[in-house]
Ligand binder design. Sequence first.
Ligand code: ADP
Ligand code: MG
Length: 323
Amino acid sequence: MIQVEHLTKSYGSHYALSDVSFAIKEGEVVGFLGPNGAGKSTTMNILTGCLSSNSGTVRVNGADILKDPAEAKRQIGYLPEQPPLYTDMTVEEYLGFVYDLKRCTLPKKEHITEICETVRIADVRRRLIRNLSKGYRQRVGIAQALVGNPPVLIFDEPTVGLDPKQIIEVRNLLRTLGKTHTVILSTHILPEVQAICDRLLIISEGHIVADKPTEELTRVIRDSRRYRLKVAGPQKEVLGLLRGIPGILRAEAQAERDGESSFTIESAAGTDVRGPLFFALAERGWPVYGLEAVHTDLEDVFLQLVEHGGELPAEPAAKPRRK
Ligand code: ADP
Ligand code: MG
């Protein structure tokens, strides 16, 4: 449905995107995940024809965004980071305006009514957009993307600035839309895409660092065994001992204070090192003052991906690398 090949975009000497390629199949719900400044909005703006790239191609359902922009754009509904709402219009007027702009040919009244029902804004359709809450405004933004029934929907950080209740409502809406559309949505929050997307494209500093089914990332996070350890013992010697314990993949010293040393350790998936760890330290007469599991978050996943060249360490060995 969407083919992106070798996209590069620079602002002056700064590369916002470097050689980005990916393909999205019809019906997929894909999350663009990355920290602020990673290049998510830039990619989406290029995909939707709102921004030009320095090089590379984008095809949407076969139509090249540069050679056949009208056809490519007809396939896409886009909710940019800043939704283009005219706040002096009522919801109904605004959607009618978007309808005309997109040169839609579906029966106007029915089409707009149907969209208002899908995104649940029927009750405010005669209100001025300016007077709507942020949650409602965001849904009006989603509504304008749906005008013309495009098969592909692209949403840039659709839940930013919403309160927890509104976030859940918008997420549910996105999940519903995902059943009947090809969807790309961006976020810098891992649980957001975990809940909705089939697949995640992780983007960092203008590069795609991973392209994985969501379950694979979820599994890594679930199986991750990282601990923070505090030991009353000499840092260097304790570190040497830790590194020799079977099942410990990595151990780093954190700090030493008043004879108490802190470490972070990482164990192989499927191995519980806590027992051997305890006995090894006890044998040397170095008491454990603390051992706590460290929750894996997006930042850790990034670090792991970058460190392992795009592969997740807990993956079964000898799996061919996807390029
Ligand atoms: P994201 O959406 O992932 O937060 P963006 O795509 O907005 O990231 O930005 C990617 C990079 O490009 C950032 O380093 C940002 O500062 C830079 N950038 C974006 N837009 C412009 C612009 N109009 N002029 C200069 N630099 C820009
Ligand atoms: Mg952005």
